[in-house]
Design a protein around this ligand. Structure first.
Ligand SMILES: [Zn+2]
Length: 449
């Protein structure tokens, strides 16, 4: 990539062809240069990494290829939390003086202790550049009116609105308002785009209809960005939301410990373009820890390439994903996240078979006789795992529910290999999720996951 070849269209400031259409070899060379520098920065700046690398007998100088990252030790959410407790307030993975930190997001884990994700001003600015690039790839333009309907309170998704603002869109910092109020705002300002969770997009659409609004003529929403649940990566879920709203749905993926959206769909909607110049991805087999073949499911392990405040070297996300590095039909060549199939902790093992709630969701959303809402109950009866799937018939469906249940059970068995008892409820029986949906009740442990 030469300076002379680098041309950024001033009418398309967030479409950088030289970066986004470079060859695989160019991507890898770029990442390797960033990786060497970043791991060195972690080693020199963070007491935790220095000790951890020394103990593992590894050194930044040993990085000669991208694969060499595999010599380095993992970190996970527990390490972040424990180190933050041991060295308050931000932990000793931080690699810059505190005076350089200008922003933190925080997420609360199961223990309720908020873990902070710190940013320097440069980290923050680079993050917003990436968000602007993602929004541009999804078709957002300065003419759009964009309602950001995510939580602003410490949540890493909150500041992503500034990426849209940077792109030049009119931004409505809506936050998590009551649905009626949000609908009033979308109508009043004729917002053309919004970002929320998939289950909330569905709920909001249903609420609007109940209130007598016509989603296609009273409101002007043309693009809905979704994130925060596996549902967004399931085509059937997106299709249903698209039909309901008469809008295009783009799935985004973010991580509270790294940054807001790390990947998002372009207008071709075939996978999520990854922030490849910011984050190195490994997809590892759950049992062997070896990299899986491209396109196979495995746990996603991430290494930041630029985020200087708190480098993340080999962070085990617990997300089960698939990736491709085939170029996209849009012309971009960045790696694409093809699916988030669930969390390592959401994965249910039923009669020895791995099953993800997202597998069930895809089936529930495909059948027009169903509303698409679902709940999974797993219990152990006579020492045997029993899966019950509860679904609802769609409004206006008149046929016998036994047929619907039988069809669902057969489909589920063919996709997952697991037999389930299927209970078909009338429409509007199952609890509606407003934000992160909780749809799995594992009675074997007596907890909701
Ligand atoms: Zn694309």
């Amino acid at each position: 990539m030469t300076a002379a070849a680098k041309q950024i269209d001033s009418n398309a400031p967030y479409w950088d062809a030289d970066l986004e259409t470079q060859s695989r070899a160019e991507w890898d060379a770029m990442k390797l240069a960033l990786l060497k520098e970043h791991v060195r920065h972690a080693y020199e700046g963070s007491p935790y990494y220095r000790k951890s690398f020394d103990e593992a007998g590894v050194h930044p100088d040993q990085i000669k290829s991208l694969d060499d990252i595999r010599r380095f030790p993992f970190i996970d959410k527990k390490v972040l939390r424990d180190r933050q407790m041991a060295v308050p307030p931000f932990g000793d993975l931080v690699a810059v003086p505190e005076r350089d930190i200008v922003y933190i997001s925080a997420s609360s884990g199961s223990t309720g202790v908020p873990t902070a994700s710190p940013f320097t001003q440069r980290d923050f600015d680079e993050w917003m550049d990436f968000e602007a690039r993602l929004f541009w790839a999804s078709g957002m333009r300065p003419e759009d009116r964009y309602a950001h309907s995510l939580n602003f309170s410490l949540f890493v998704g909150g500041p992503c609105v500034l990426g849209a603002q940077k792109l030049g869109a009119l931004t409505i910092h809506a936050g998590t308002l009551p649905s009626e109020r949000l609908l009033t705002i979308l109508k009043q300002f004729q917002a053309t785009a919004m970002w929320t969770t998939p289950s909330y997009a569905w709920y909001l659409g249903e609420t609007a209809i109940k209130e007598g609004l016509d989603l296609k003529s009273d409101l002007a929403i043309k693009r809905i960005f979704v994130a925060g649940e596996p549902g967004g990566s399931i085509p059937e879920t997106r299709n249903r939301i698209e039909k309901l709203w008469g809008a295009s749905v783009y799935d985004y993926y973010g991580l509270s410990d790294i940054f807001g959206a790390c990947a998002g769909m372009c207008e071709h909607k075939n996978g999520l373009h990854w922030a490849e110049d910011h984050i190195l991805v490994e997809v590892l087999d759950l049992e062997t820890g070896e990299p899986v073949k491209e396109g196979e499911r495995g746990e996603m392990v991430l290494t930041t390439l630029k985020k200087s405040a708190r480098p993340m070297i080999r962070f085990r996300t617990g997300d089960i994903v698939t990736f491709t590095s085939e170029p996209c039909s849009c012309g971009r060549t960045s790696q694409r996240l093809m699916g988030v199939n669930g969390r390592v902790d959401d994965m249910l093992i039923i009669k020895g078979v791995n099953i993800f709630p997202s597998d069930v969701e895809a089936i529930a959303r495909q059948d027009p006789a169903l509303t698409g809402e679902y709940k999974l109950v797993v219990e152990r009866i006579n020492h045997l795992d029993q899966l019950t799937v509860e679904v609802e018939v769609a409004h206006g469906h008149n046929g016998p529910t036994e047929e619907v249940a039988a069809r669902f059970g057969k489909h589920l068995k063919s996709v997952t290999g697991v037999s389930a008892k299927v209970v078909v409820h009338p429409a509007d029986t199952l609890p509606r999720a407003t934000h992160k949906a909780k749809r799995v009740e594992d009675r074997r442990q007596g907890v909701w996951s």
